[in-house]
Design a protein around this ligand. Structure first.
Ligand code: FCB
Length: 481
């Protein structure tokens, strides 16, 4: 049975966001900074991985990336021109503690301190993520996320960053998408450190959760800004059965929800792992790495729950069918999954289905899981094959359309009672898209990697209008001034 077709989109052009709603742009250190050998930065797992032949498309690396480390001031000027309220960036752990533990690199702290001051001078709220995947290589050499010691090292790092920047940062995020760190890094092997070991991936799940809990406690104790907000960002999947009438497909969704969503939301928000996760992974581990007291440590009060969201998924079981996604699940317990698409689906250049209804669904379900919890869409956006036109502009109507529909979805979630308080476009700049390298462009600003020239795309003009008016603009460029 084929997946049911997607409904027609219902953009809410002209819809206004609540008073105080924050619009920002997001980036991550390894994807934009470059300067990997400068001012005492140590190597990270992404340096090692990207320099390993065959791991990243075309052998590309983050060595130079968007050269943001040197161009941060003009990049902040660009954001000020756009009129965004906030900037979500990440701090490179190997710039701060180059060896993962031990000596602190003051030059690294100084870089982010200048960045934070630069944001405040421009009236932009700093939203800092402590870990967006660039683990110091020495910690991987000592076992990486499957080792408990990495969680303790993270708490020490969190404390010293909190002490250095905690008088000024508006909002803190411990981890970005631990799902990717654990599964893509340790089970699928397609992200750094590139290991293929299911048992290790589950240890990583737990130690990432633990790092969040210990890190948040350390951060709170070190931060002095009384109204600073604390959060974590997860990429949760909106999951649908390929055939809603098939019990096997419905069960596949439940297993996938447990392994991909509830192993994060469970401990972080409710203080428990889902029983189904234990049941479906018993061939891999008995989870004896979860020690007494860990679940209490992980469940910390947070002020905002961050969600990165791009696309929903249709899950089932059985033989792969023609037209299915070319994906074999390596997640423990999900080895039998197949992934399909609606026949009328449109895709971004990541081959991700464009369907904003899943974003509303996820936000509303989170607001039911923890009633009243403030929610932030900390990433959302579309990769497109953008080119600079003969008029020197970058016309990206597909991305404008994506934003219109997904901001409409956020608005709809608010109408349905979800307490969504901010939204961050991924991304401020085209950048190093991990194992895909530079070809997949997500920016609202085009980057020419030869010259480092930044060109605001049409979507930046659209987004700027949104940020300034807090109202969803139409797709007509004549209305963006
Ligand atoms: C998310 C990552 C982010 C970016 C987007 C496209 O999974 O957090 O760094 O690569 O996907």
């Amino acid at each position: 049975m084929p997946v049911a077709p997607l409904p027609a989109r219902q953009p809410l052009v002209g819809a206004e966001f609540p008073e105080g709603f924050v619009f920002g742009t997001a980036t991550a250190s390894y994807q934009i900074e470059g300067a990997v050998h400068e001012d005492g930065r140590g190597p990270s797992i992404w340096d090692t991985f990207s320099h390993t032949p065959g791991k990243v498309a075309r052998g590309e690396t983050g060595d130079v990336a968007c050269d943001h480390y040197h161009r941060w001031q003009s990049d902040l000027d660009l954001m000020a021109d756009y009129g965004v309220d906030a900037y979500r960036f990440s701090i490179a752990w190997p710039r701060i503690v180059p060896g993962g533990t031990g000596a602190v690199n003051q030059a690294g702290l100084d870089f982010y301190s200048r960045l934070v001051d630069g944001l405040l001078e421009r009236g932009i709220k700093p939203v800092a993520t402590l870990y967006h995947w660039d683990l110091p290589q020495t910690l991987e050499d000592d076992g990486g996320w499957p080792a408990r010691g990495t969680a303790n090292a993270f708490a020490n790092y969190a404390e010293l960053v909190g002490a250095a920047l905690g008088d000024r940062v508006h909002q803190w995020t411990t981890l970005n998408e631990p799902w990717c760190s654990a599964y893509l890094g340790y089970a699928y092997g397609v992200h750094a450190p590139g290991r293929v070991d299911q048992e290790a991936s589950l240890r990583a799940v737990h130690h990432l959760n633990l790092a969040h809990g210990l890190g948040l406690q350390a951060l709170r104790a070190a931060v002095s800004k009384p109204d600073a907000l604390f959060s974590i960002t997860n990429n949760l999947e909106t999951l649908r059965p390929i055939d809603p009438d098939s019990e096997a497909d419905v069960m596949a969704v439940a297993r996938t929800r447990a392994m991909h969503n509830e192993v994060w939301t469970g401990p972080q928000l409710l203080g428990e792992y889902p029983q189904l996760a234990f049941d479906v992974t018993s061939h891999v581990t008995d989870w004896s790495f979860v020690l007494d007291g860990d679940l209490e440590a992980i469940r910390q009060p947070i002020d905002v729950f961050g969600l990165n969201w791009y696309t929903p998924q249709w899950v089932g079981t059985g033989e792969r069918q023609p037209g299915d996604a070319d994906v074999r699940s390596m997640t423990p317990g999900l080895e039998g999954n197949r992934y399909a698409f609606p026949g009328n689906a449109e895709f971004t250049t990541m081959d991700w289905v464009i369907d904003d209804t899943g974003l509303t669904e996820m936000l509303v379900s989170l607001s039911k899981l923890v009633p009243g919890m403030a929610l932030s869409v900390t990433e959302n956006g579309a990769s497109q094959a953008d080119v600079v036109d003969r008029d020197g502009q970058v016309h990206d109507p597909g991305r404008v359309d994506y934003f219109i529909n997904h901001l409409s979805a956020v608005h709809r979630a608010i109408e349905q009672g979800a307490n969504v308080t901010s939204y961050f476009a991924w991304s401020l700049l085209d950048n190093f898209e991990w194992s895909w390298g530079y070809e997949r462009r997500f920016g609202i600003t085009h980057v020419d990697y030869e010259t480092q020239l930044r060109t605001p795309k049409d979507s930046a003009k659209w987004y700027s209008k949104l940020a300034r008016t807090k109202t969803i603009p139409s797709a007509d460029p004549a209305t963006w001034a």
